[in-house]
Design a protein around this ligand. Sequence first.
Ligand SMILES: N[C@@H](CCC(=O)N[C@@H](CS)C(=O)NCC(=O)O)C(=O)O
Length: 232
Amino acid sequence: MTIQLYDLATADPELRFSPYCWRVKMALAHKGLEWEEVPVHFTEKERLPEPNNGTVPVLVDGTTVVSDSWSIAAYLDERYPEKPLFACGQARSEALLIKFWVERTVQPFITRMGVGHWLPILHDKDKAYFRETREKRFGMSIEQYMASPDQTRDEFRAALEPLRAMLAEQQYVAGSQPGYADYIVFGALQWMRCGSPYAPLQKDDAVFEYRERLLDLFGGFARRARHREVLS
Ligand SMILES: N[C@@H](CCC(=O)N[C@@H](CS)C(=O)NCC(=O)O)C(=O)O
């Protein structure tokens, strides 16, 4: 039975921008597994298979249901040990730092640059929910939150410096070949690329070139995915 991936839907059936779902899509492609996507809107949580924690991704593999992208990666390595996402237990522990760096440092900049662009691409039934939950989280309106995009872009580029320095030494976070830590970083970059026309990375940036390499993996399926980024 084909694996099902519950993914975040937008108003456009082809446009998917959830960073956590992108992590899992790259992980599935890395393993050479096939999957079918089930798009679910923010306000359709009752459609998610149980057990879930109210978020996507949720993966269904036969009778097994796994939610949370980190747990899904661990499940995939256990159930399908070939082509590991983590080279060993130590690599998995170290990838936790990448996960929290991306979630706590990198993604907040992306939210500040992109959130106002995501709102209009959601289905009408999700818009009020999205605005309300995000504004509660930010403690201000979406418009106030993204009031200084150029400053945020500069801070975002500066925050990527550790990644840039690492890329001077090696091709991927996982070494000479990509691993799950790379898909965590990629999920964030693809979130911006798919959800917003704003292009904060310069083409001569090593991080841009790194993203290009990741976009080319697995037959370039992530590059072909519908996106909104406009490169000058
Ligand atoms: N820790 C979770 C986070 C997943 C998450 O936050 N997903 C977002 C979509 S990108 C979501 O489903 N949000 C539901 C909501 O805001 O109601 C994971 O890694 O899977």
